[in-house]
Ligand binder design. Structure first.
Ligand SMILES: [Zn+2]
Length: 407
């Protein structure tokens, strides 16, 4: 089996996760794929293959030397995004892409005019959809690459390596992938999620994140007799949001710039609720942003009376950089592996979070490496076979370099 075939087999399973589900995994159909993957891992002859009742799969490629080598791991998620259908995916290979428009289905065209990223893959073999579903390269490409790399090492005994662990999980797209990940059982000194974008992508900085729920109490009075009595919570909600600068919102920020994002407002005269998310890579600025929200509430309470505005803030996740910085060898090894395999690293801060960020704070430093998918979460998603093969080489090389770590 080659990597394209392996990956395309995975895409035949609908593994879409679902928000607001009470179960783990969030959708039972994910378990059907999990069982298939578990059997594939057993069939390939890996050790300690196990799947728990939540669909988390762990397996090992055993060390082929007695040398003292840190155990490392590779992780990828098998659920797909909620933004587009993941059912009846009809993946196909566009061989030797010529740089022109790709007709996905009658009337549905993937064009480099709209997606200039396509041109970076001229001459490569691209796996595309029929334009009605997503592809699920996020993150089944990551799974295919990890399995393929482990098979390669299994078949090349001359490449010495320590124990290499594999971890495959559901529900990443709903932010729950790391929650039930058994870090202890995984037993690695560090690991990598293969869940990044195009070739070279390497991420080990993400946002610090918090949510803020604002409740504003109003006083409803007939508008004809409102003078001096009415407190219009809707109007106060507008006032509250007015304190937030237009230069500190997602629409106007990029790179390392943090923001406040108003997720939604629900309001009438008597009560208003505003829901925000707060994001910043810098821990200090993150704290300042949270204080700023509390200050607005304080200021408005001074103006309208104590208890008018209530702000409840909750931290969601933190920047993994804090946990990577004391472990920079985890990054250095990837950079060297990329260099050795002819991949130009593109290190970028994530403007979001990853499963790896949560795992890093649970004691498993876990940066994110490219899996190759482009145009995630939509029907124009594609992945290059050559990029997937590069990812395999990078994984193999990481294992090889890790074997020399204690030399
Ligand atoms: Zn992903």
């Amino acid at each position: 089996m080659d990597i394209a075939e392996r990956f395309i087999n995975y895409t035949k399973f609908d593994t879409q996760s679902a928000e607001d589900s009470e179960t783990v995994p969030s959708t039972p159909k994910q378990l059907i794929f999990a069982k298939y993957l578990k059997e594939e891992l057993e069939h390939e002859g890996f050790a300690d293959v196990e799947m728990d009742d939540k669909g988390y799969i762990y397996a090992t490629l055993k060390a082929n030397t007695k040398k003292n080598i840190p155990t490392i791991g590779f992780i990828s998620h098998y659920d797909t995004a909620l933004d587009a259908s993941g059912a009846n995916i009809k993946a196909r290979v566009v061989a030797n892409y010529d740089g022109g428009d790709i007709l996905l289905s009658p009337g549905i065209v993937s064009s480099p005019k709209k997606f200039p990223e396509l041109l970076e893959h001229k001459g490569e073999d691209l796996i595309v959809t029929d334009g009605t579903t997503l592809l699920g390269a996020d993150d089944k490409a990551g799974i295919a690459e990890i399995v393929e790399a482990m098979c390669y090492l299994r078949d090349h005994d001359e490449i010495k390596h320590g124990d290499i662990r594999m971890g495959f999980n559901p529900d990443e797209e709903i932010g729950m992938g790391a929650h039930h990940f058994d870090v202890e059982k995984f037993g690695c000194e560090w690991a990598y999620t293969m869940d990044g974008g195009d070739i070279g992508n390497l991420e080990y900085e993400n946002f610090n994140a918090a949510s803020a729920k604002i409740t504003i109490k109003g006083v409803s009075v007939h508008t004809g007799y409102a003078k001096g009595k009415m407190v219009n919570a809707s109007r106060l909600a507008c006032e509250f949001n007015g304190y937030i600068s237009e230069t500190e919102i997602p629409e106007t920020t990029e790179g390392y710039q943090g923001f406040y994002h108003l997720l939604g407002i629900e309001s009438h005269c008597e009560e208003a609720k505003l829901s925000y998310i707060i994001r910043d890579h810098d821990k200090e600025k993150f704290e300042e942003r949270k204080n700023f929200i509390e200050d607005i509430a304080k200021r408005m309470n001074e103006k309208y009376g104590e208890g008018t505005v209530k702000a409840v803030l909750k931290d969601q996740y933190y920047n993994m950089k804090e946990k990577i910085d004391p472990n920079m060898h985890v990054i250095d090894i990837v950079l060297k592996a990329m260099q050795d395999t002819g991949v130009t690293p593109k290190v970028e801060p994530i403007r979001g979070g990853t499963d790896g960020a949560q795992l890093s704070f649970r004691g498993l430093p876990c940066p994110n490496i490219f899996a190759g998918g482009v145009n995630f979460h939509g029907p124009y998603e594609f992945v290059s076979v050559q990029v997937m093969k590069k990812a395999v080489q990078v994984i193999v090389r990481i294992c090889e370099l890790t074997a020399r770590f204690n030399d």
